[in-house]
Design a protein around this ligand. Structure first.
Ligand code: DON
Length: 598
């Protein structure tokens, strides 16, 4: 009787599941009231919103915005770099596009060492050996061909960027400041092409002057009409190879310089469509980037570990203690040293996993499922006690990074969302501008782990992220989209900032999804960053001194009042369907809404 009942119950459950799945597949998620584009430059965001207003979808707008950033934000926007795009369509499955750079076929570690076998850090950061095969032209083209609305041709989406390059635009304070920065200027060295464009008559362009980039306009135009082959073969490919040869000061004016991008490397570049990572946090589905980015794994691990700690009750207790004693042992949201301790330790462990296991999945089997499994997350949480565990770290000092990556978030009025992060790695990349083509080449190869040396962000890694021909270097870019169980998108988010990308994204997500802060407040709020190595945790100013003191009593080593970092560009959709956009006050661009949908 009991068994029969169970069988019946199971059968009922199974058919309920089946019918609810069928039912689920039918209704569309509720639409937002309008679309939105958030990006690090107003001119680029405006171009995206115009596309939305003209009937384009989020992918069309993201492609047009990214192309415009390659013109108006040359520090990070690019044709000569690479990136990742996450697309959550209104109908159908989320998709992740990898247009990361790859190492040239002729690369080898020996090219980065001196005659005593020591790594020469400079070689992966500047000049020809730092450059990976660019992915952005192929990536943006593929994105548009596969998921664009088809209401626009790629050429139409590129037209505003071409105009900005040809007619010029007014240099803003940020670009003027970056061009005048002696350290950044040094990056261009004696690169004649870049110097002519950015330093006419030897003087950096000033705010209010016009920057015209006719060669870049021509390159964009050829890409727009002929597609990626105009970039990866023929005249453009020859120009890239020549630029690298010049940068290498090679006396041979024909052959490829060993370790640099060749015609063959360019001809064989391939984008990869990847299965996005998906996890759950407080009843919301979190969709993010899989390897070769480490961003999604660190994000899901950290959120998973934190989700199991009694954060809400600890906040209530901390707030009650605060009002009873008047002591600022927590901030206004109830974040106290205990909660921050859990958070720091969760990050520390996720970054250990990054250094140990993560790399290009084509070369290294990445234990993806294990790393974000409930079992791993539970074991990690259990390992976190009341005191800091700095002993699992080495002590490499990460310098502070500039704004060399850029993120854009787009939502359209149908509810399609795109989260796209693209980079040259360092500000103005390798500093090599391709003559007669007008774009700067990346220095992404520094994202590989070179022996035990830390990269420019202080990140260390092992065999999984070792340099190899045709391999993609590990990234921390974290384009992310969060949606409800009815598939309505509630958050589109990402940031520049090297390893600080993922900690900035986690901070804003926790604040807005768990602590109930408005998106603007969550983006503005002070951040902290922990990446396993070094042992110390960096804090922006704005945290209560008593909370930081509490962390020190738990054994944490803190660096206080560190200069701000990251530049989160995000969209939050309220229960009423109204999108709220936030561009980070640390490096403001624009959050622009489209006209209301119907
Ligand atoms: O892919 C990565 O993780 C790095 N190349 C990103 C560099 C970066 O974000 C620097 N930005 N501010």
């Amino acid at each position: 009787m009991h068994l029969a009942f169970s069988a019946l119950a199971l059968f009922a459950l199974a058919s309920a599941c089946r019918s609810s799945r069928e039912w689920d597949a039918e209704p569309l998620p509720p639409h937002p009231t309008r679309g939105m584009v958030v990006a690090e430059h107003e001119l680029a965001a405006k171009i995206g919103v115009d596309i939305l207003n003209d009937g384009g979808n989020a992918v069309d707008a993201a492609v047009a915005t990214a192309l415009a950033l390659a013109v108006v934000y040359p520090e990070a926007g690019n044709l000569g770099g690479g990136g990742f795009a996450l697309v959550v369509p209104e109908i159908g499955e989320p998709r992740a596009l990898d247009f990361r750079e790859v190492a040239p076929a002729s690369t080898s570690l020996a090219l980065y060492t001196d005659d005593r076998g020591r790594i020469v850090a400079e070689r992966s950061l500047r000049g020809p050996l730092s450059v990976g095969v660019p992915g952005s032209p192929a990536g943006l083209w593929e994105l548009e061909q596969t998921l664009g609305s088809k209401k626009f041709s790629f050429a139409e989406l590129a037209l505003p960027a071409i105009r900005l390059a040809r007619d010029g635009f007014v240099v803003d304070a940020r670009l003027a400041r970056d061009l005048a920065n002696p350290a950044l200027r040094q990056r261009f060295g004696d690169d004649a092409t870049a110097n002519t464009i950015f330093y006419p008559n030897g003087v950096a362009l000033r705010e209010g002057e016009r920057l015209r980039q006719p060669a870049l306009a021509d390159t964009l135009e050829r890409l727009a009409t002929d597609g990626p082959s105009a970039f990866y073969s023929g005249v453009n490919a020859a120009r890239i190879v020549r630029a690298l040869r010049l940068a290498a000061k090679s006396s041979d004016d024909r052959g490829d310089v060993p370790g640099t991008v060749s015609l063959d490397d360019l001809a064989h570049y391939q984008i990869e469509w990847r299965e996005p990572l998906r996890g759950w946090f407080r009843g919301l589905e979190v969709i993010s980037m899989p390897p070769p980015s480490s961003g999604g794994i660190i994000l899901l691990e950290t959120l998973g570990v934190l989700d199991g700690f009694p954060i809400d009750s600890e906040r209530r207790r901390a707030l009650a203690e605060h009002s009873a004693t008047g002591r600022a042992t927590c901030d206004s949201l109830g974040l106290d040293d205990r909660i921050l301790h859990w958070w720091i330790e969760a990050l520390r462990r996720a970054f250990v996993e990054r250094a140990t296991h993560l790399g290009d999945p084509k070369f290294t089997p990445v234990p993806l499922r294990e790393l974000i499994s409930a079992d791993w997350i539970a074991r990690t949480r259990v390992g976190i006690g009341e005191q800091a565990t700095p002993d699992i770290a080495s002590a490499v000092e990460p310098p502070h990074e500039g704004s060399n990556t850029t993120h854009l978030s787009v939502l359209d009025a149908q509810g399609n969302a795109v989260s796209l992060t693209t980079t040259l790695n360092s500000t103005f990349g390798s500093g090599t501008m391709v003559e007669d083509a007008g774009f700067i080449l990346n220095d992404e190869l520094d994202d590989f782990a070179f022996g035990s040396a830390a990269n420019q962000f202080g990140l260390v890694g092992g065999e999984a992220n070792a340099l190899a021909p045709g391999k993609r270097p590990l990234s921390t870019m974290t384009p992310t989209i969060v949606r409800q169980s009815d598939r309505r998108v509630v958050l589109v988010i990402g940031s520049p900032g090297g390893p600080r990308i993922v900690t900035a994204v986690i901070g804003v997500m926790l604040r807005t999804l768990m602590l109930g802060q408005s998106l603007a407040d969550a983006v503005r709020a002070p951040r902290f960053h922990q990446q396993w190595s070094p042992t110390s945790t960096d804090f922006e100013s704005g945290w209560p001194a008593e909370v930081l003191g509490g962390l020190e009593r738990r054994g944490h080593v803190l660096k206080r009042d560190v200069a701000p970092w990251g530049s989160v560009q995000a969209i939050r959709v309220g229960d009423d369907g109204e999108p709220e956009g936030a561009t980070d006050p640390r490096n403001p661009g624009a959050a622009l809404a489209s006209r209301r949908g119907d």
